[in-house]
Design a protein around this ligand. Sequence first.
Ligand SMILES: [Mg+2]
Length: 286
Amino acid sequence: MYQPKLLLCTDMDRTVIPNGIQPEHPDARKRFRKFCKQPGVSLVYVTGRHQTLVKQAIKNFVLPEPDFVITDVGTKIYQVIDDKWLELRSWEEEIDKDWHGKNREQIQQLLSNITELNLQENSKQNTHKLSYYLPMNIDKDKVIHRIEKCLNQEGIAASVIWSIDEPKDIGLLDVIPRNATKLHAIEFLQQRLRYKPHEVIFAGDSGNDLPVLCSRINSVLVANAGDEIKKLAQHSAEQNGQVEALYIARADKLNMNGNYSAGVLQGVWHFAPDFRDALRQAGIFP
Ligand SMILES: [Mg+2]
């Protein structure tokens, strides 16, 4: 019998973890867990969190166990087999090329005379992620420019990613290999596991999901995402000629509110007609 397959890739915070201000439908996560157990469904978490924080979230929020996990904003990929997390060395080799044979410590050394940068704690660093704090009163663009100039001179292809830790009111600056993004990591898994384009779905809610949301990968933006990101995603998808590959979840579909995992399931209904029976099995009806 023909068994359709689906590589369901989803962001965690405010996408399947209901840690935003909007309400979660009381049955959403239960149905999501049920759906993920259906034959043919492989679940991939794609997150900025590191391994320990992913495991914590799975436990605290009773999330389904994943088959793969892309962590640390794309710098690590793990395969999960019977609770064991095995790092994909082939991904490490792939992104190693960007750093021109240099490791994190060597790159840190290269940036040591940019004194505005304060190194983050050891737990926040990994082999392919060099993370700093940058005080909010410092001109971040100037600092980023200096970093880029310095790395370019050494032939290092890196992405410098700036974000804000809002509760702590401090800037965060990550230096990672240029190809170590959520988008490239998903494409890498897709190819390695031999999924066709229509067999892959991504779900997300915010800025660092945007490159995937407006790519050719079928993507759902959950309803609880902010209006600004909805507009931006739509606009970028139009520019990339990928309007058909973006679905924005809405409150009036599938008898749930479209927030968090309810939105993810809406996206599956929209993009994967082969899985509508599996969705019905999980208690989801149009
Ligand atoms: Mg998120």
